[in-house]
Design a protein around this ligand. Structure first.
Ligand code: SF4
Length: 259
C-alpha cells in the first residue's frame, strides 16, 4: 500500500512550504527552498558520516539537551494532535498564542465538537489557513469520538485516516505523545540531515527512511527533536551558525564556515 505523503497539504519536495512562517516574505521563502535544495544536492555528493561519527553526533546533542521536546504547548495527546495540525505553514509561537485560550475551553474531542467550527475559526483566525484547519479539527474530533472512543489512537494508519493528518503529523504525535521512535522530517530535519552527511535524500520520505536506517536505537526516541532544534536555531537555512555549532567538526557540508 502506498504511504501517505510526508507533509500534510500543502506539501513540498523539500519540506519547505510546510514550515514557512506566514509572515515570511516571498524572497525569504525562496531562499529557504533554495538552501534546502542545495543541501539535498550536496548531500548526495559528500562522504557519509561513519557509524562512530553518528554516535558522537547524537552524544553531543544528548549532552546539551537530554530530554528535548516539542515547542508546541499541549496538555494531552488530543491537544498535541490539534496543535500539530494547526502548525502547518505557521510558527509554533503563533500556534501557542492561539491555542492557550482555546485549550482552556476545548481540550477534548467532545469539547471541540461542542465549541463548533464557527467559534473555532474565530479562536484560530491569526493562524494561516485557519478556515481549512478549523474544518479539519472539528471533523477529526468527530472521527475520534465515533471511531476511537474519544481517544487519540496510537497506530499510524488510524492517525493518517483522520482529516487533516498526514504522515508528518502522525510521526510527531507517535513520537511526542507516545514515545515512539519515529522521524517526522520537516524542513529543518531535511536540511540538517543532508548538510551533515547523516541521512542524505532528495525527499523527506527518503531522509526519513535513511534516518531510520542509520540512527542507533539508543538515540531514535529523541533524534527527531534534536535535529529539528539544531536546524531551527543553529543550522539555519540562509545563515547556518557554524561558528557556534557543536558538531561542526563532524559536519560534511562544503559550505560550512567552521570546524
Ligand atoms: S557546521 Fe554549519 S552547516 Fe554543518 S551542521 Fe553545523 S551549522 Fe550546519
Amino acid at each position: 500500500m502506498p504511504r501517505k505523503p510526508m507533509f500534510d497539504p500543502p506539501r513540498s519536495a523539500t519540506g519547505d512550504e510546510a514550515e514557512a512562517p506566514p509572515h515570511e516574505t516571498a524572497a525569504t521563502a525562496r531562499g529557504r527552498a533554495k538552501a534546502n535544495a542545495t543541501a539535498a544536492r550536496l548531500g548526495a555528493a559528500v562522504a557519509r558520516l561513519t557509524p562512530d561519527e553518528i554516535v558522537q553526533l547524537f552524544r553531543r546533542f544528548e549532552a546539551a539537551n537530554p530530554s528535548p521536546t516539542s515547542e508546541l504547548v499541549y496538555v494531552n495527546p488530543f491537544t498535541l494532535l490539534v496543535a500539530v495540525v494547526l502548525s502547518a505553514q505557521s510558527t509554533d509561537a503563533g500556534v501557542n498564542k492561539a491555542t492557550k485560550p482555546l485549550f482552556a475551553i476545548a481540550d477534548t474531542p467532545a469539547k471541540m465538537v461542542a465549541l463548533g467550527e464557527e467559534r473555532l475559526r474565530e479562536a484560530i483566525k491569526t493562524i494561516g489557513l485557519y478556515r481549512n484547519k478549523a474544518r479539519n479539527v472539528v471533523a477529526l474530533s468527530e472521527r475520534l469520538i465515533a471511531d476511537h472512543g474519544g481517544e487519540v489512537p496510537r497506530e499510524r494508519a488510524a492517525l493518517e485516516a483522520l482529516p487533516g493528518v498526514g504522515r508528518k503529523t502522525a510521526n510527531v504525535v507517535l513520537n511526542t505523545a507516545f514515545g515512539e521512535p519515529t522521524m517526522a522530517v520537516d524542513t529543518h530535519m531535511f536540511r540538517v540531515a543532508n548538510r551533515l552527511g547523516l541521512a542524505p535524500g532528495k525527499t523527506p520520505l527518503a531522509v526519513e527512511d535513511e534516518l531510520e536506517r542509520v540512527v542507533p536505537d539508543a538515540f531514535k526516541r529523541h533524534a527527531h527533536h534534536w535535529l529539528i532544534l539544531h536546524g531551527r536555531y543553529v543550522c539555519k537555512a540562509l545563515k547556518p551558525d557554524c561558528g557556534h555549532c557543536p558538531v561542526a567538526d563532524l559536519c560534511r557540508f562544503p559550505g560550512k564556515t567552521a570546524g
